[in-house]
Design a binder for this molecule. Sequence first.
Ligand code: SAH
Length: 360
Amino acid sequence: MSAGRSPSAGSGRGLADTFRRLIAITGPIGVAHYMAEANARYYAQADPFGAGGDFITAPEVSQMFGELIGLWLADMWQRAGRSGRPYYVELGPGRGTLARDALRAMKQAGLEPQVHFVETSEALRERQLAAVPQAQFHSDLSNIPFEGPILLVANEFLDALPVRQLLRTGEGWREVMVATDGERFVGVPGAQPMDAALPEDRRNLPEGTLIETSPAAAAIVHEVAARLVEQGGAALFIDYGHAAPRTGSTFQAVRRHEKVDPFEAPGEADLTAHVDFATLAQVAQAQGCRWLGTVAQGTWLRALGIEQRAAALGASASQHRDALASAMHRLTDAEEMGELFKVMGLAAPAWPDGAGFHPV
Ligand code: SAH
């Protein structure tokens, strides 16, 4: 990094150069490869959250988000018979805000779980430790203890995991690869036939159809589901995505609150793809795990009482009433985060239904 350049600009350019050299040697690389390396670089160096960063996540909008998640988990644990000493596990905890708010709400409900964070970014681990000093860190799920029930949360985690894109061309299915065109990166169909990678019922989709899959997201949900079945517990996956299967590219980049071209500056923007909740629910159920439902975030938060929570907080601090109303609107309104974001609930076979997933 040279003086006068921001760390993000310096190392981002470095990654673009690395990709260019790699592509010159090996030929085009898969979108999943590109996305995985770009996001690893992005999260390693940055604190992207909040008004001054690249994007704002729900826990950074309001404490009510983490509190309601904490109460949901405590409610599940209580109705499951307060079994064992549970573990609070969070995947990709960002600044640690959600965990801090959820743990405070759980404590008020009589639950003080051990805390385990799955986080690969050293820079963000430091932020998370400042917010939740008792947290223990892991790079993946494999070393989370095996003996007690797991209460797991992942907010805007799965959308950061790499996706593979398959395109139906005139010659059959091909993987979308990242190639160079001068200095630019562009998506091109790969040379290898990929028909065998598609389920039979999807192979006949028309030419031009693009299908995105995330083997990494499926692997995470598979592992979480297996743990819930084995140890007991419940999990919430919250992300923007679709509850029914769909086609088309959702690969995108966000930088300073604006959508930008995902091929423009690898390592400097947050790369995401919509989460395919339909497939993930099937993956979990194939493990024998209970799928509690996948509902819109606004519906779920309202069912959990966000309106009453905002009113209670506003009553004790009237100067914050407007800010609370606008935060609630942001989290629940269909035009904001309420509809595009979905909440998927999973639980161990013997655990109860989850609040907010069924009409009352
Ligand atoms: N949950 C937070 C942050 C979402 S951003 C919030 O809602 O504010 C994605 C988070 O996942 C970051 O903490 C990032 O460092 C982490 N992350 C991304 N890819 C990861 C991976 N493969 N393994 C572990 N953590 C990852």
